[in-house]
Design a protein around this ligand. Structure first.
Ligand SMILES: [Zn+2]
Length: 113
């Protein structure tokens, strides 16, 4: 499962930070997931619950924030929200936008104790 390896990556990042800071436990983790990242939200949450067992994140409260897709038209430079990679520009109907937001998957903040 794609999401599982992403989750292991997230846990690695968080654990590395917590160990460096001599934390006993990770209290909170905030993750940002772009709507266009290809990550399935439910699968991510499920993988997370399974993968944190036995790690410093086992008792953390994890918040997953969905980030809206943002496109910029390559013709008229209009910027608009999108839920697909190929949504035409609402201004000039050009169908090949640059995707400038919504493809990210990152750890936004970590609270340790
Ligand atoms: Zn346009």
């Amino acid at each position: 499962m794609h999401e599982f390896s992403l989750v292991l990556n997230i846990i690695d990042i968080v654990t590395e930070y917590a160990v460096k800071e001599n934390a006993k436990e990770v209290k909170e983790v905030e993750i940002e997931v772009g709507e266009l990242s290809g990550v399935v939200y439910d699968a991510l949450e499920f993988a997370l619950q399974a993968a944190v067992k036995g790690t410093l994140m086992e008792h953390s409260s994890v918040q997953i924030n969905l980030i809206k897709g943002l496109a910029r038209c390559t013709e008229c430079l209009h910027e608009y929200e999108t839920d697909s990679l190929f949504k035409p520009c609402p201004e000039c109907k050009n169908c090949a936008p640059d995707i400038i937001g919504g493809k990210e998957l990152r750890v936004k903040s970590i609270v340790i104790e």
